[in-house]
Design a protein around this ligand. Structure first.
Ligand SMILES: *[C@@H]1O[C@H](CO)[C@@H](O)[C@H](O)[C@H]1NC(C)=O
Ligand SMILES: *[C@@H]1O[C@H](CO)[C@@H](O)[C@H](O)[C@H]1NC(C)=O
Length: 322
């Protein structure tokens, strides 16, 4: 299938010490998801959903476009740094890294993917079930590297992050026929929630305990959606924002349910919706940089005829340390 555009996901994760106060040290950050947290896995699979070219990476160390859909580092890199681990999290498929690097943090994420297998197919991205297969492969290597006992501790104490879902709606449900004739939007949300639950239980069975889910952001305010919203003067699309809010309510119910039912699990949801809205409404609180980049991104979408996405995840520096 021809590559169209991927959704523009500005993922802003407010770094809260969600799991640090349980007393245990977090030895590694292990990441699953889409372009919001891909650090270059897509460079090593046959897909056009890549960001290994300028202007991506222009603020990264050495100005290198690594395959992060960002001007610089991505949210999970900052989280890793916030936990005092390392300043960036490498992509699992990148052969320049090995288990020695992955043992303290790794991302299996793939731009263009979703909860739904169909979403991953659209961009030839790595489906979520396959990311879990890569995680199993990683666990084997970790046992060889650290020994059985230490690897078990690493697995249990690590922070797992899942950042996913926007593509299921914006690149799949609303863009191509198929899912929208099978499911009403409400049914489709429930279908995705079911897949999210399955994912959490799958990695729980593999030993994960501390899991951060990101929910959906204000999708209607993503620069790509605003650029497409020509009829309304490039305003945010309220229908997509409402969908994000509705989905997040379901996500919270899922978290409450699993917290009650699953022994020893520690789940949290990052409010990526509220942070983006706050940053749009109060850009001055987040520094000049936010406003500049966000505006710049919309302009790129308006004028870039190739329609290639420029996504600039911005981690709010000031809130990172709170
Ligand atoms: C997605 O694909 C995997 C691998 O083929 C399969 O095991 C899984 O059941 C599929 N999920 C859905 C919801 O169809
Ligand atoms: C974050 O803020 C600190 C202190 O204000 C500054 O020194 C640092 O360069 C900033 N980091 C980024 C990535 O903007």
């Amino acid at each position: 299938m021809r590559y169209k555009t991927l959704p523009c996901l500005i993922l802003i994760l407010k770094f809260q010490i969600l799991f640090a106060n349980v007393g245990a040290k977090v030895p590694a950050i292990i990441v699953f998801g889409d372009s919001s947290v891909d650090a270059g896995n897509n460079n090593f699979i046959p897909t056009l959903a890549r960001s290994n070219f300028q202007p991506y990476g222009r603020d990264f160390e050495g100005g290198i476009p690594t395959g992060r859909f960002s001007n610089g580092r991505i949210s999970t890199d900052f989280i890793s740094e916030g936990f005092g681990i390392k300043s960036n999290i490498p992509a699992y498929l990148d052969p320049t890294y090995s288990i020695k690097d992955f043992a303290t943090g790794v991302t299996f994420a793939s731009a263009g993917t979703g909860f739904d297998n169909v979403t991953a197919n659209i961009a030839s991205a790595i489906p979520l079930w396959k990311e879990v297969e890569y995680f199993k492969d990683f666990q084997k290597k970790l046992i060889n590297f650290q020994g059985k006992n230490k690897a078990r501790t690493t697995t249990r104490e690590s922070l797992y992050i899942l950042s996913l879902g926007t593509n299921d709606f914006l690149e799949n449900y609303y863009l191509i026929p198929g899912r929208s004739s099978e499911f009403t939007i409400e049914e489709y949300q429930n279908f995705l929630i079911g897949l999210a639950e399955k994912f959490v239980l799958d990695i729980y069975k593999l030993g994960a305990r501390k899991i951060l889910l990101t929910g959906l952001t204000a999708m209607g305010c993503l620069p790509l959606e605003r650029a497409r919203n020509i009829m309304s003067g490039h305003a945010c699309r309220e229908d997509y924002n409402k969908l994000g809010r509705d989905f997040n309510v379901k996500f919270h119910s899922l978290m409450d349910k699993l917290t009650k039912e699953v022994r020893g699990i520690k789940l949290a949801i990052s409010d990526v919706y509220g942070i983006l809205v706050d940053a749009i409404e109060n850009p001055h609180l987040y520094g000049k940089y936010f406003h500049f980049v966000f505006t710049f991104e919309i302009l790129i979408h308006l004028y870039d005829k190739s329609l290639i996405r420029i996504s600039v995840p911005i981690v709010l520096n000031s809130t990172l340390r709170n």
